[in-house]
Ligand binder design. Structure first.
Ligand code: SF4
Length: 217
């Protein structure tokens, strides 16, 4: 069955770096493949390479890392039918489970015990038209929204979306960050203070920890 296997780029332990769980030891299961091509994507290595493995084998390796927190990421994990049962099995094993998803896939079938970290793609990503807005109505206070900014106009877009959809009332956190080498973080923080945006600014903590090695961390 298709659900019994997954194409996996890597399984590894690191520090969670991009959510309200940032700073906690975390096991990452990075699946191969993505149907988007964000201009600033920092994991293009996950587009193609990887190996098809039994889901039971992936589960055992992730649990063997022995971190209370496990994150399924990519690429885009929800492209693979085996992702949904793997998420549930990780929850069954008592782990706190995070899912990083692009926001293009339907999140309705994800186990409700999972904390879904859902991207909204700003125009500077080049993939804004792929946002699945129906997902917004499915979000709960367990979930988080992440918006990566590459310009001031991306910030204006994010600010308007946050207000229009009352995002701060729906989720645990609305997370704003900047794509590397684009808009200065200090500018975004100043705009947030000026506009009183109900969001949380974040940096990619794991990249500071492991710099200059920024791949697969
Ligand atoms: S959705 Fe994620 S993995 Fe896919 S291109 Fe965008 S940033 Fe990269």
């Amino acid at each position: 069955m298709k659900q019994d296997t997954l194409v996996v780029h890597e399984v590894y332990a690191s520090i969670q770096g991009e959510s309200t769980f940032a700073g906690l030891p975390c096991t990452f299961v990075r699946l191969t493949g993505c149907n988007l091509r964000c201009a600033w994507c920092d994991t293009p290595q996950a587009f193609y390479s990887g190996r098809r493995r039994a889901r039971s084998d992936v589960l055992a390796e992730a649990l063997g890392m022995a971190t209370p927190l496990v994150e399924l990421t990519g690429g885009e994990p929800l492209l693979q039918p085996g992702a949904l049962p793997l998420l549930s099995e990780l929850c069954d094993a008592g782990r706190t489970v995070l899912l990083e998803t692009s926001g293009e896939r339907d999140i309705a079938a994800v186990d409700p015990r999972v904390h879904r970290i859902v991207d909204l793609k700003a125009p500077g990503s080049g993939e804004c038209s792929r946002n699945r807005w129906d997902n917004v109505g499915l979000l709960t206070p367990r979930d988080e929204i992440k918006i990566v900014l590459a310009s001031e106009s991306d910030y204006h877009w994010a600010r308007d979306v946050i207000v229009r959809h009352a995002l701060a009332d729906r989720v645990a956190a609305v997370l704003l960050s900047t794509a590397f080498d684009t808009v200065p973080p200090r500018d975004v923080v100043a705009w947030m203070l000026r506009d009183r945006v109900p969001a949380r600014f974040q940096i990619q903590l794991h990249k500071y920890v492991w710099a200059p090695d920024t791949r697969g961390v």
